[in-house]
Design a protein around this ligand. Sequence first.
Ligand code: HPA
Length: 290
Amino acid sequence: MHPTQSDCQSLPHPDLNDALQEIRATVGDFSPFACLILGSGMGALANEIQSSKVVPYREIPGFPLSHVAGHAGKCVFGYLGGVSVFALAGRAHLYEGWEPQHSCFPLRCAAAMGATSLIVSNASGGIHPRFRSGQVVAIDDHIDWMQRSPFCSRHHRETTRPLGLHDRHDALYDARWLDLATQEALQLGFSLHRGTYLATLGPTYETRAEYRMFQKWGADMVGMSTVPEIVLAKHLQMRSLAFSIVTNVAKPDSPTKTDHAEVLDWSQQAQQQLVPLIEKLLPRMQQSPL
Ligand code: HPA
C-alpha cells in the first residue's frame, strides 16, 4: 500500500484479520515474545535471526511500504538469542505521507500475535555535546515534537472504550530493561549512554537554530520516528526498549551538511555493538519480572 501526500486520512484503516491471515499462511501459530523495529541501516540484525521465515510487506494487506534507502520492507520471524521474535526490517515514516495508524499497523499485528515487548532502533542526530557519530544511546525519555498520535483517528475513537486521555506518569521506556542494557553493554566492552529523544515530523534535517532550540529544551538526540510506536506499545501494554544510533552530530555554531548516506554508514558501523547487545539482552528480558 502506498499513500499519496493528501489521501492518507481517507485510506481505510487496515484490517488485522486480513494481515494475520497472510502472515499465518507462512508462520503458522508462531508467537513472538518481542517485536523488533529495525531503523535506517539496521537491517543486518534480521540476518542473525535463526530458523527464519520471511514475509515481504508488499504481500501483507495493509502493511505500509517505505521508499527510504536502507529499509528492506520485510517481516522476519524466528529466534534471536533463543527468543522468538517478529522483526520488521524497515519502517514507513510519517514524512512519507503515512498517518500513525498506518505506520504502526505492523506493531499492532505483532501484538495480536502475542508480542509483549518491543525493541526499537533508529538513527538520530546527536545534540548532547558529548555524543559522537556511531555511538549507541539507549532512549530513556522523549519529546513528541512530531505531534501525530496513533490515537488521533476516527477508527481509534470508534473502537476504544473508554476513550481516555493518555497520561504519562508511567515510564514509557522500561527502567529494568534499561538497566539490563547498561549491564550487558559493559560486558560487551562499551558504555551505553542514555538520552532524551526528540521526534520531528521530518523529512528535513534541522537548521542550526532548531538544533540550538532542541538543546535548550533538553533533547539529547533528534530523529524522525519511534515516538508513535512507543506510545502505541504502551497502550497495548507492551514493555519497550529503544536504541538510537547517533549518525551525525549537530553543530549549531558551524554549518555542516547531513546526508542520508552518512546516516546509513554510521548506523551500519554501530550494528557491531547493537546486534550482539540485543542478542544477549533478549533472554534476560524474557526472564525479567515487571
Ligand atoms: N535530524 C533528524 N533526524 C535524523 C538526523 C538529524 O540530524 N540524523 C539522523 N536522523
